[in-house]
Design a protein around this ligand. Structure first.
Ligand SMILES: [Zn+2]
Length: 393
C-alpha cells in the first residue's frame, strides 16, 4: 500500500512513494535526483514501490522514496546554481533555517529547505532505526559501487549490498547530504548505479534497493524472490573488482581549467603512477600513484576531475572492527604527539613531527576522519557515533 495521509505529505512533490503495512520496524529512505541529471534512482524506486504494492509484500517498517533537487530534475541538469551535494554544512543549514522563507536565495537554497523539511518529517515519524540510500549515476561507464563514511553500522549495511565498497570519499569533498544525515545518527550509504543514460543503471539500483530492504531486515528473503536475483546481479557485476577501495586522491577542477579527461576510462580501471589521465590549460595531468580510477569526469557540470583509490585488504577492515569494539579509539589520545582538541569534542590534534609513525591510516582504522592539515598539525575527528539499542559505535 502506498499511502501518505499527512496533510503536508499529500502535497509534497518530493515524495516518490511511501510503502508500509503498519508493522513497526526500520525506515528506509531512498533518495534520488540529488543531482537533477541522474533520474535512474527515482525510476528504480518507482519500480520497487510498484512491485511491493502489486504483490502486497510483507514489510516491517516503512520505505519512503524522496526526490533531492526537484527543480534541477525538472530541467534535466546536474544543478541550477550550485552543486546540491556540496552544501550540507551544519553552519550553512542553521543560517538557512534562520532565514525563514529565503526569498532571495538560490534555487538550491530553496531545494535544500524543502528537502530538509521532508527528511526531518520522515525521520520524526520513524519508530526505529533509519537507513538512507542516496542513489546516483556517473558520467563514465563502469560497474555500480557503494560509498560511505566508515562507521561500523554504515559498513555493515553497505556490505550486504554486494557492491564494491568505497571508503573515504567524504574526506575529499565537503558538504555532501549523507554526511549531514549521518551526523544526525542515521545509517547512510551512497550508491553509484552506472552511467547516467545507461538503462542498466536503473536495473542495478533497483537490485540495490531490494538488497537494502533485506539488509535492514524489513523484508524476508523467503517471501521476495527479487532479493536472490538482486544478489546474483550485483555479485556478477563486482566479481572482478576489488571488494574495498579507499579514496586517496581527488583532482579538483576550477572554473576556466578547460579540463578534458582522456577518452575511454571506465570506473575502477587500474591506472599507473605517471600515466596521463587528462589535460587542462596547463598541460597534461599525470596519475599521482598506482591505483584505480574512480568517477572520471566526462561531461556536464562538476568540480571533480577524477579520484584515485587504492585497495584495502578485507583483513584490515576486520582488525578495525575489533579495535573499535575494544574502544581503543577512546584512549588513542594517550599516544605521544596526540592530544584532545581543547574545544571540539571527538576531535584530536596530532603533532606529526612527534607522531611520525602513526599514519593517517591508524586513525582511519579507529574510525576517525581527517578534518584538516596545517603544517605539521593534523586534526582528525571521530565520525558521529551511531546510537542503536543503547550501544555506541
Ligand atoms: Zn550524482
Amino acid at each position: 500500500m502506498i499511502r501518505d495521509n499527512s496533510p503536508e505529505g499529500a502535497t509534497d512533490q518530493r515524495l516518490i512513494g511511501v510503502y508500509d503495512q503498519g508493522c513497526q520496524g526500520p525506515t528506509l529512505v531512498c533518495l534520488g535526483g540529488v543531482h537533477g541529471n541522474e533520474p535512474a534512482g527515482i525510476h528504480a524506486a518507482k519500480r520497487v514501490f510498484e512491485t511491493l504494492t502489486k504483490q502486497r509484500i510483507a514489510i516491517r517498517g516503512r520505505m519512503v522514496g524522496v526526490i533531492g533537487n526537484v527543480e534541477a530534475l525538472r530541467q534535466g541538469v546536474r544543478h541550477v546554481d550550485v552543486d546540491f551535494n556540496r552544501i550540507w554544512m551544519s553552519d550553512r543549514i542553521s543560517r538557512l533555517n534562520g532565514n525563514g522563507s529565503g526569498e532571495t536565495a538560490s534555487v538550491e537554497d530553496r531545494e535544500q529547505m524543502g528537502l530538509l523539511s521532508t527528511l526531518h518529517r520522515v525521520f520524526a515519524e520513524s519508530q526505529d532505526e533509519v537507513f538512507v540510500l542516496d542513489m546516483h549515476t556517473m558520467s563514465a561507464d563502469g560497474e555500480p559501487f557503494a560509498l560511505f563514511g566508515d562507521t561500523l553500522p554504515n559498513r555493515r549495511f553497505a556490505s550486504r549490498l554486494h557492491a564494491p565498497l568505497i571508503l573515504g570519499l567524504e574526506e575529499h569533498i565537503d558538504g555532501v547530504v549523507l554526511d549531514y544525515v549521518n551526523s544526525l545518527g542515521h545509517v547512510t550509504v551512497g550508491v553509484e548505479g552506472g552511467r547516467h543514460d545507461d538503462p542498466g543503471s536503473i536495473d542495478f539500483i533497483e537490485a540495490i534497493i531490494w538488497l537494502a530492504l533485506a539488509s535492514a531486515d524489513m523484508i524476508r528473503e523467503a517471501d521476495v524472490p527479487q532479493v536472490a536475483s538482486a544478489r546474483e546481479r550485483m555479485s556478477a557485476s563486482s566479481r572482478n573488482l576489488p571488494p574495498v577501495v579507499e579514496v586517496c586522491y581527488r583532482h579538483p577542477i576550477a572554473d576556466g581549467d578547460a579540463f578534458q579527461m582522456k577518452p575511454g576510462y571506465r570506473n575502477f580501471q587500474p591506472v599507473r603512477e605517471g600515466e596521463i589521465l587528462a589535460h587542462d590549460k596547463n598541460g597534461p595531468i599525470h596519475c599521482p600513484e598506482d591505483g584505480y580510477i574512480l568517477l572520471p569526469f566526462y561531461q556536464g557540470l562538476g568540480n571533480d576531475g577524477f579520484f584515485i583509490g587504492r585497495e584495502v585488504k578485507v583483513g584490515w577492515l576486520k582488525v578495525s572492527s575489533l579495535l573499535r569494539r575494544m574502544r581503543l579509539d577512546a584512549v588513542v589520545h594517550w599516544l605521544p604527539g596526540v592530544k584532545r582538541h581543547p574545544t571540539m569534542k571527538d576531535n584530536l590534534i596530532v603533532n606529526q613531527s612527534r607522531a611520525k609513525w602513526y599514519a593517517l591510516e591508524i586513525f582511519h582504522l579507529l574510525g576517525f576522519r581527517k578534518r584538516r592539515l596545517e603544517g605539521d598539525t593534523l586534526v582528525v575527528g571521530r565520525r558521529k557515533p551511531h546510537l542503536a539499542n543503547g550501544r555506541r559505535f
